[in-house]
Design a protein around this ligand. Structure first.
Ligand code: NAG
Length: 249
């Protein structure tokens, strides 16, 4: 029986390990989605995760310190000191990955849903003004070259990004009669030269280990069965010998 103990113990260890790692991570969501905002913008932070029965509390961290807010979402009028890293956790979730929020003090801010996009995906940019003041004669620039001009503020769309769309972007426009420019934002378009998907190494290791344990267990099962069968035969053999022996007497 001791032969079975080692694989069983290993199997228990592995399943305990995967259970802890299997709790899905909570996710911090920003609504609206922008991770760079202007001062006084309204931002709702939401924590997405599973809750234990009867425990609907949510834990939040801002720049590593615990915030007492227990709700699954809360809304701020962004201030510079709200900048930084947010993490959350619910009863049945693992600690989320951090989400970074940048709060800027400026007249115009260039916003992008993603600053790194894959080739072929869309890029879109927003020239956001402080307190959403009207902006006109808006122009978007890439690496210092004017790209698009709008009489009234509008999003700048590229439906399919190519590598040439990588670069530093900013926007400029008139707020009242003040000529204002945003700071520059780097947008990176990544090529598709690496389309193969490699699963993380610890998952491969786990699969190999499980396969090995299965093989060991199957092997043990058959060897134990064989032992049992042969020991049954031995018993019968012994009986026969014994009865033959007794008849001989
Ligand atoms: C804003 O200023 C720049 C020079 O800094 C000028 O080239 C541009 O035409 C001005 N924009 C508007 C809409 O007047």
């Amino acid at each position: 029986m001791w032969q079975l103990l080692l694989p069983t113990a290993l199997l228990l260890l592995v399943s305990a390990g995967t259970q802890a790692a299997d709790l899905p991570k909570a996710v911090v969501l920003l609504d609206p989605q922008w991770d760079r905002v202007l001062q006084d913008d309204t931002v709702t932070l939401k924590c997405q995760g599973d809750y234990a029965l009867g425990d609907s509390s949510t834990k939040w961290w801002h720049n590593g310190s615990f915030i007492s807010n227990q709700a699954s979402s809360f809304t701020i009028e962004a201030k510079v000191e709200d900048s930084g890293e947010y993490k959350c956790q619910t009863g049945l979730s693992a600690l989320s990955d951090p989400v970074h929020l940048e709060v800027h003090v400026d007249w115009l801010l260039l916003q992008a849903p993603q600053r790194v996009v894959k080739e072929g995906e869309p890029i879109w940019l927003r020239c956001h003004s402080w307190k959403n003041r009207p902006v006109h004669k808006v122009q978007y620039f890439q690496n210092g070259r004017g790209q698009m001009f709008y009489h009234w503020n509008s999003y700048f769309n590229i439906s399919k990004a190519t590598l040439e769309h990588s670069g530093s972007y900013f926007c400029r426009g008139l707020i009242g009669n003040k000529n204002e420019s945003s700071k520059a934002v780097d947008i990176t378009v990544k090529g598709l030269e690496n389309p193969l998907f490699f699963p993380p190494w610890h998952q491969i290791a786990l699969c190999l280990l499980l396969g090995l344990l299965f093989a060991v267990d199957t092997g043990l099962y058959f060897s134990v069965q064989r032992d049992l069968r042969s020991s049954k035969k031995d018993c019968r053999g012994a009986k026969v010998t014994w009865s033959q022996g007794s008849q001989d007497k």
